[in-house]
Design a protein around this ligand. Sequence first.
Ligand SMILES: [Zn+2]
Length: 83
Amino acid sequence: MSDHGDCSKALTSLYEFLDHEMTDVDADLIRAHLDACEPCLDAFAVEEALRAVVRRSCAEHAPETLRWRVSQITTTVIVRRSL
Ligand SMILES: [Zn+2]
């Protein structure tokens, strides 16, 4: 049985994970969770894809509104998937 406590833990670690700011042990735990949990995997994949877009636009500008919208989109995906 997968427990939802792991989901919030995984999602709060999303940025650390994508920024490679976690220890190997913690990153492995996240990876194991993503293997078993499709909603979280989707959330991570969306965040990663959006980051690529943001990174590209950051070359010119990093508008706060874009960053805000990105976080809103990610949140929406997570909320929708957990319904
Ligand atoms: Zn999960």
